[in-house]
Design a protein. Structure first.
Length: 475
């Protein structure tokens, strides 16, 4: 099936053709006709499946009729982070180039005055993070009574970040008769409850089983010692020897670890940038721009900062820390292998991580192959206290994204053992370095759909040229 069979307008079809896309992804093919028919839609899909275009394209067609009024947006799209919101704006610019629509971005870290000016002119599409949206509403500068279509994107991440009370408040501000599109990668009970409250007789579109990884991703795990310096050395070795390397996103569980690893890699002459919730908006934008443009080859990030980022053609993902919850593993490795391209996801596994890896394998239903020798299981006394799902910056909810938490209800997860100062323990010998066996390079596939203590010991003098020239984001 082609895009021309989905009921999209000629202007939208022309923009799609201009972008070079011919065939819709499964979620686009299934969801777009129902959106155009004004039905509520519950979309369950992993990132990288073309989910954003599945609501942007029909919205552009629907907005060709009517006009915007001052301070009364016609449509509203809610995103959990500033970066995701900005990506949606890019999609409207790409596919709406034949339209004369006013699109406004309302996020934290930006002047209220500039945003207020855009709202005064009238907005066809308002893309916002929940906290800043409620700020404008409470100031009396924004009316949501004219919203015809509401999109709640990345709903499961909204839950993790403590935004559900805000979402429920916003739901009471928009008309009961609006059309609602609800997208999530997973369906825990709380998300099912919210979906039931927001949606009326919805069409359920599920293009992949929840918590499954794309088949285009080669997953591997590598044994490493528990000592952080040993882990950093193992990571550097993997970066130097990675097959078909173009660029990589490296995930850590905590903001502090992101900053420390970034400093280490820059000292070893890798051109790397960092992305976490404590950076101001200008620094976050600079880091993403450097990585997207290829100026920086490595992006070190936390889960909250990098969730859902649509960065085309990321060749590798490295889990420097094994995520505490298996769902986060799915979202992390989904940054590669997007839009039909092949990718590689490598997880560094210390003895204390064995249970977390086992939980990931149970969730995905498949074992993760080892590069070299498997890690030795940790003894009971070596294991840290059980970590809850909320960790690192996640317990702070939207406040790390420049938003204020509201609703009289704390974020969904609390402080964990991983946030407390580490207890002193006896040093352990580093695990023997595993023999590496490079995975066979998967066949390249064409991109066809719109989607979408110590710091080490090497001086980096033998690095490939493309990994030199350290880059740091300016605040």
């Amino acid at each position: 099936m082609s895009f021309s069979h989905l009921g999209l307008s000629d202007k939208v079809i022309a923009a799609i053709d201009s972008a070079g896309y011919k065939t819709p992804t499964p979620i686009q093919e299934q969801a777009i006709p129902h959106v155009l028919a004004r039905r509520d839609v519950l979309g369950i899909a992993q990132t990288g499946t073309g989910k954003t275009a599945a609501f942007v394209l029909p919205m552009l067609t629907m907005l060709e009729q009517g006009r915007a009024r001052a301070r009364m947006p016609r449509t509203l799209i809610l995103e959990p982070t500033r970066e995701l919101a900005a990506q949606v704006v890019e999609q409207f610019e790409k596919y709406g180039k034949n339209h004369k629509l006013n699109v406004a971005l309302i996020i934290g870290g930006v002047s209220f005055g500039d945003q207020d000016m855009k709202l005064t002119r009238g907005v066809d599409v308002l893309i916002a993070t929940p906290g800043r949206l409620l700020d404008h509403s409470e100031r009396g500068r924004l009316l949501l009574s004219g919203v015809e279509l509401l999109v709640i994107d990345e709903a499961d991440r909204m839950l993790d970040m403590g935004f559900i009370p805000d979402i429920e408040r916003i739901g009471k501000l928009v008309p009961f008769t609006r059309q609602t599109l609800f997208f999530t990668a997973t369906m825990p009970p709380e998300i099912q409850r919210i979906a039931d409250n927001f949606l009326h007789n919805p069409i359920r579109v599920e293009v992949s089983k929840p918590a499954t990884a794309a088949t285009t991703i080669t997953q591997l795990q590598v044994a490493t010692g528990r000592d952080p310096a040993d882990k950093r050395e193992t990571l550097r070795r993997l970066l130097r020897s990675a097959a078909d390397f173009k660029n990589a996103i490296i995930f850590c569980n905590r903001k502090r670890e992101v900053a420390l690893l970034h400093k280490s890699l820059v000292r070893h002459k890798f051109n790397a940038v960092a992305l976490h919730g404590d950076l101001d908006q200008s620094a976050r934008t600079a880091a993403l721009d450097a990585f997207r443009s290829g100026e920086a080859k490595l992006l070190i990030a936390s889960d909250v900062a990098a969730r859902g980022l649509d960065i085309p053609a990321v060749s590798h993902v490295f889990n420097f820390d094994v995520p505490h919850h298996p769902d986060d593993y799915i979202h992390r490795i989904g940054r590669t292998g997007r839009a039909g391209l092949s990718g590689t996801a490598i997880t560094l596994v210390a003895p204390i991580d064995s249970k977390s890896v086992a939980a990931i394998e149970r969730l995905t239903g498949q074992p993760i192959p080892w590069m070299g020798e498997p890690v030795a299981a940790a003894s009971a006394e070596d294991r840290p206290p059980h970590a809850e799902r909320g960790h690192g910056e996640r317990h702070q909810g939207g406040r790390n994204q420049g938003e204020r938490h509201r609703g009289g209800r704390p974020p969904q997860r609390g402080r964990t053992a991983h946030e407390r100062p580490p207890q002193q323990s006896q040093p352990q010998p580093a695990h023997p370095q595993p023999q590496q066996s490079k995975p066979p390079a998967p066949a390249s596939k064409p991109q066809a759909e719109p989607n979408g203590g110590t710091l080490g010991d090497s001086d980096g003098s033998h690095l490939p040229a493309f990994l030199l020239r350290p880059v740091t984001a300016k605040a």
